[in-house]
Design a protein around this ligand. Structure first.
Ligand code: NAD
Ligand code: MG
Length: 357
């Protein structure tokens, strides 16, 4: 029996994970956490002992003693759960990309101390992880992460001046929580994923390319030094990477149908970074290192929250993040306290820039 702690149980990934766990008698939930949504019904339906709404995720994890943590919290709030699993040598199925982006080197150090598995749930990273399996690291030339382009693919900046929250939330291929959906519309999501891939797979930024594939059928590609490239293809359905991470190294059945290639048309384009500058801003933050990725994430969280609350126009999200990054020092974090301070400083910078002049 594999005992799973599900952090972020009421979200988009959390609900799909509950479905995956329920399909396998050898998977059991030992803990559920949410930010504010009640968990009593879920706890009763899935016979879970340890539940927690809000509060300290580390306390919950220590009580629950899971075999695997599925971190499906959204945002920096997921950092303690990620660091706890990595440090404790407990397998981590990671949906919460923000925690790896923000914690960066601290997370890598905890991972090497703990030595357990870090199984990506983000679809592109699950794809790359699968293409890399069993391959020598020095045989890898480069990675390609695909982007759908989001709801505003093909639009000009002029056309984006007055888009609404509802327009940004209408994602063409994926159904996700609001933050990830807005991040997909600005391409900040692909920026976060670029940094996530750098830490997960230990490759330099110049060896990670982002390409737009509007159907979200090709999730990731690994190019090898012999000229071969392996691609991972499939319907855009998060139950596939969730199932893979929870049942690794097995490949259990899911309700997702086999892919039919007949009638499928694939086209690939470079991302439009002039219209969606956050991808370039993220790449630069990643390359600068230190706590710049943490600051990128923090400022982006502030900007997305403000956009969703109707306090910031769509195009101003990127401006706010770039401005906040210009105000922080990016000094590396020696420990969790430093990281929390760097996150807070970037939030203050972003919030300061939000105030009307
Ligand atoms: P969501 O907004 O639907 O759900 C977020 C969950 O996190 C909720 O259950 C919420 O209660 C919980 N949460 C937030 N703050 C918390 C806190 N402080 N303590 C405990 N729980 C807290 O988000 P989502 O779309 O499910 O995304 C979750 C994560 O997975 C994000 O990092 C996202 O980038 C990533 N991800 C999502 C998808 C997707 O298809 N939804 C795909 C790839 C990666
Ligand atoms: Mg993704």
């Amino acid at each position: 029996m594999k005992r799973i702690a599900l952090l972020g149980a009421t979200g988009s990934i959390g609900r799909q994970a509950l479905e995956v766990v329920a399909a396998h008698p050898d998977l059991a939930l030992c803990a559920l956490a949410s930010a504010t949504s009640p968990l009593d019904e879920l706890a009763a339906a899935h016979e879970v002992q340890e539940v927690q709404v809000g509060g300290d995720l580390v306390e919950l994890l220590e009580r629950a003693e899971p075999d695997l943590v599925l971190n499906a919290v959204v945002g920096f709030a997921g950092v303690p759960g990620t660091l706890w699993a990595l440090d404790s040598g407990v397998d981590l199925a990671l949906a919460n990309k923000e925690s790896l982006v923000a914690a960066g080197e601290l997370a890598l150090a905890a991972w090497s101390r703990g030595g357990a598995r870090l199984l990506p749930v983000d679809s592109e990273h699950s794809a790359v992880f699968q293409c890399l399996e069993g391959r020598a690291r020095d045989s890898v030339h480069s990675l390609v992460l695909t982007a759908s382009g989001g709801p505003f693919r093909g639009r000009t900046r002029e056309q984006l001046e007055h888009v609404s929250v509802d327009d940004a939330l209408a994602h063409p291929t994926w159904s996700m929580g609001p933050k990830n959906t807005v991040d997909s519309a600005t391409l900040a999501n692909k920026g976060l994923e670029l940094i996530e891939a750098h830490y997960l797979f230990g490759l330099p930024y110049e060896a990670i390319e982002i390409v737009v594939e509007p159907t979200s059928t090709v999730h990731g590609v690994v190019r090898f030094r012999d000229g071969a490239a392996l691609a991972h293809v499939g319907f855009p359905d998060m139950r596939v990477p969730i199932s893979y991470a929870l049942t690794y190294p097995e490949r259990r059945p899911t309700p997702v149908p086999p892919l039919d290639l007949v009638g499928l048309t694939l086209a690939f384009d470079p991302p439009d970074v002039d219209t969606f500058p956050l991808l370039s801003v993220a790449r630069e933050a990643g390359e600068r290192g230190g706590t710049y990725p943490c600051a990128f994430n923090a400022a982006n969280e502030v900007a997305v929250t403000a956009f969703l609350a109707g306090r910031l126009p769509f195009l101003a999200i990127a401006e706010l993040v770039a401005r906040a990054l210009g105000e922080v020092d990016g000094a590396p974090a020696r420990d969790f306290e430093d990281l929390v301070a760097a996150d807070a400083a970037a939030r203050r910078a972003a919030e300061g820039a939000l105030q009307p002049a």
